[in-house]
Design a binder for this molecule. Structure first.
Ligand code: MF3
Ligand code: CO
Length: 256
């Protein structure tokens, strides 16, 4: 069942989304060579708590950290560790914030420049595919239309099939699943006041990953880099509202 959010829940989700966005904006400049994922995790927790919210990943199905932090060939859901970041790294920070019971989910890819040109292309293409999915997310469209928009924007990159976008709200993962590869069965209609998390995960090279159900690590088997971008989006009759839009992000100006 896909939940339609009440007006008061939408208001809380706007606040949750703003804290989620502000946390990621705060963390970006802290991602530097020599810094570790565990330090980022601690800074994320402090920032979120200082803003009256909590980090939902912590203890979700036993997840031990406040955010997911995946490096280079790491795909999603990796646990922050003690390994210092280095120049050329492609970091994925994936965060769920809970404000008064309402959750928003957002992920960014942070490049520790200089990175290889193909890695920059990977991140930019994945970002644009997320926005293409967002543009397709409006009342009257189907879940499948979001999948088609994302997939159609992959620009030759491989799509990691194991992970999907999803509804979000009182739970991190609600219906519907939003596959990044179109599936004919995904004919559910989008209705105003649904909130969906749209999250393409693309990679260079082969899309096969290491992943064992019930455990956290995920990485590409051929060692190629992965990018991941995610926003939580409120469906309306017109253009969707990105609840996790960061201050420095001007999606309305982007031509896709
Ligand atoms: N954005 C991630 C997802 O949708 C958040 C997962 S939280 C975790 O799967 F605890 F499962 F890692
Ligand atoms: Co998500």
């Amino acid at each position: 069942m896909i939940t339609i959010k009440s007006d008061s829940d939408v208001e809380l989700m706007r606040k949750s989304g703003k804290i989620c966005a502000d946390t990621l904006s705060y963390l970006v400049p802290l991602c530097q060579p020599g810094i570790t994922g565990l330090q980022i995790d601690k800074w994320a927790e402090e920032f979120i708590n200082d803003h009256g919210a909590t980090a939902s990943c912590k203890n979700y199905k036993g997840f031990p950290a406040n955010l997911c932090l995946s490096v280079n060939s790491g795909a999603v859901h990796n646990i922050p560790n003690n390994e210092p970041f280095k120049l050329g790294d492609c970091l994925k920070l994936d965060l769920v914030v809970d404000y008064n019971g309402l959750k928003t989910d957002s992920a960014i890819t942070v490049l520790l420049e200089p990175v290889k040109p193909e890695v920059r292309m990977l991140s930019e293409t994945t970002y644009k595919a997320m926005l293409a999915g967002v543009e397709a997310a409006k009342e009257g469209q189907k879940v499948l239309d979001i999948s088609k928009a994302i997939f159609g924007a992959r620009n030759g990159l491989s799509v990691i099939a194991e992970f999907c976008g999803h509804g979000v709200g009182r739970n991190i993962h609600e219906s519907p699943q939003i596959s990044n590869i179109p599936r004919d069965k995904d004919t559910s209609l989008l209705v105003s006041s649904m909130v969906v998390a749209i999250e393409p995960i693309f990679c260079l090279g082969d899309p096969n990953i290491y992943y064992k159900e019930g455990t956290w690590p995920t990485y590409t088997l051929d060692g190629n880099f992965v990018a991941h971008w995610e926003h939580s989006v409120l469906i309306t009759k017109d253009r969707p509202e990105i609840l996790t839009l960061r201050r420095d992000e001007q999606w309305q100006l982007l031509k896709i």
